[in-house]
Design a protein around this ligand. Structure first.
Ligand code: AMP
Length: 476
């Protein structure tokens, strides 16, 4: 009944493009031994100014697409009660078992740094009575998540996710549109991403399937790794995304969840696929995709770089699915819902691999060179006027000599430098220097903002004034 586009279980292999290898050694331990105590915690990182261009591009793209699909921004707390995650993500999952930052706060309450935000979004939906608003309630968020996982390239202990959640409608079009939204984000960023999709049905049909799956693997128990034996006992669905070679081979003959879906689940899934075909979003059926968290039902999906042949873990740029039981599980009225989250570090890394490197902010086109304290005082005010006019101005306040300042201006590649010496301060004038030609003119300081604005935007209509006395300084 399904299009025959199944993928074979993927072999484990190293991610193709490892751009910035994570330090192999534990810097924390090393630093402590050497007495240098203020190293970064392992798995945590600074996102430096030079990387902000790419980050801004990703954040701005996500925001503009969220708004264009009428999703409203929600900011959720980073710290929540730990049972919010334990109850929803599931006890047998890696996140809850091994990766959560849980601690007791000063009020003696067990709290956790959020490992993901879907449970928080569902909690907010209930806390704020959003069930009474027109459905679906569509919200998006962006912020840091925390998982005490083994750090490696593309895997951090603090990482950023942007998530989209749609509450209140069980129609397959919701699942499909969420996938379309993610697809549009990747498309706008210039990333070629494939959608892997599966259905894990309702908890009832999953239970019947799991009985079958467990009995299949029990027959091969002796071949399984300790980890997979544990999974088989605690959370057998996780066997499907095991990275163990033996398990992957065994999976080829294992029962597949798609064959165990009830009619309603099959119909839901088929409709999602039909919608995707309708809007030309290419997808690949992956019968081994289960997404690891307990709250998922029906559609589950992941976004992977199209040219990726990795193991599908560090390479996934995002993932999501339907979670029709989550709101009820948290004490709200039964509310169908669906959503996805994107991993920003991985998206930024993919852009870096493609050589995308936009400037972190608009490049300044004007430089302000000052000569002496009186000029600095005027300069401070002038700087503010330029800022209000929307013209970014660069400076080198630490340098005194004109030569050094002009060198700095040249390095920045600005078009104009404003030079303010003591004489100009006394005369109420300022020099505008065109960097390329070296031509200079003296103008009334009160008019300089307007003149610069014209020069930069309507350059050709404002020739160098011949009313101003020409003063050519020696080229630096
Ligand atoms: P998940 O819901 O756990 O699949 O997470 C969604 C996305 O977040 C993944 O596809 C990754 O892109 C990203 N992600 C998850 N865990 C990490 C991590 N430890 N470090 C960096 N990115 C992560």
């Amino acid at each position: 009944m399904y299009p025959k586009k199944k993928v074979a279980p993927q072999k484990e292999s190293a991610p193709k493009k490892v751009l910035k290898e994570e330090p192999k050694k534990d810097l924390e331990e090393e630093a402590e031994k050497s007495g240098k105590t203020f190293e970064l915690l392992r798995g945590f990182r600074d996102i430096l100014p030079e990387d902000q261009g790419r980050w801004n591009l990703v954040r701005d793209t996500i925001r503009s697409i969220a708004e264009s699909y009428s999703f409203d921004r929600i900011d959720l707390p980073i710290l929540e009660r730990s049972d919010l995650f334990q109850r929803t993500i599931g006890k047998g999952t890696d996140i809850v078992e091994k990766e959560m930052y849980v601690f007791t706060d000063p009020s003696n309450r067990s709290v956790a740094l959020r490992p993901e935000a879907t449970a928080s979004a569902a909690r907010a939906y209930i806390s704020h009575g959003m069930l009474d608003r027109p459905q679906p309630v569509k919200m998006w968020y962006l912020g840091p998540m925390f998982r005490h996982d083994r750090p490696q390239a593309g895997r951090y202990r603090q990482f950023y996710q942007a998530g989209f959640e749609s509450f209140g409608v069980d129609e397959p079009i919701v699942d499909a549109q969420l996938i379309v939204i993610a697809h549009q984000i990747f498309k706008q960023l210039g990333l070629d991403v494939k959608v892997e999709i599966n259905s894990i049905g309702t908890s009832e049909c999953r239970a019947a399937y799991l009985t079958e799956l467990v009995s299949y693997f029990r027959a091969h128990r002796s071949k399984l790794s300790e980890d997979d034996k544990r999974r088989l006992q605690k959370n057998p669905l996780r066997i499907l995304d095991s990275k163990e070679e033996v398990t992957r081979e065994l999976l080829q003959g294992a029962p597949q969840i798609l064959d165990w879906l009830d009619e309603k689940s099959k119909e839901h899934f088929m409709k999602v696929l039909e919608f995707l075909e309708e809007v030309d979003v290419p997808y690949v059926l992956n019968p081994y995709l289960v997404r690891g968290l307990d709250y998922y039902t029906h559609s589950v999906f992941e976004f992977v770089l199209a040219d990726d042949t990795g193991d599908g873990s560090q390479s996934a740029l995002g993932g999501g699915g339907r979670y029709d039981g989550l709101v009820e599980l948290l004490g709200g009225r039964a509310t169908p819902a669906c959503g996805f989250a994107l991993g920003l570090e991985r998206i930024v890394r993919a852009l870096e691999a493609k050589g995308v490197n936009p400037p972190e902010r608009p490049q300044p086109r004007v430089f302000f060179a000052q000569l002496g304290d009186a000029s600095r005082r005027v300069g401070l005010k002038l700087y503010e006027e330029f800022r209000q006019a929307g013209i970014p101005v660069a400076e080198a306040f630490g340098k005194n000599a004109l030569k050094g300042q002009l060198e700095a201006a040249n390095k920045l590649g600005v078009e104009l430098t404003l030079i303010l010496g003591q004489k100009e301060v006394l005369d109420g004038t300022i020099i505008i220097r065109e960097m390329e030609s070296g031509a200079q003119e003296i103008v009334d300081v009160k008019k300089v903002v307007g003149l610069v604005k014209k020069k930069l935007e309507l350059d050709k209509t404002v020739p160098f004034s011949d009313t101003a006395s020409a003063l050519i300084l020696p080229n630096s």
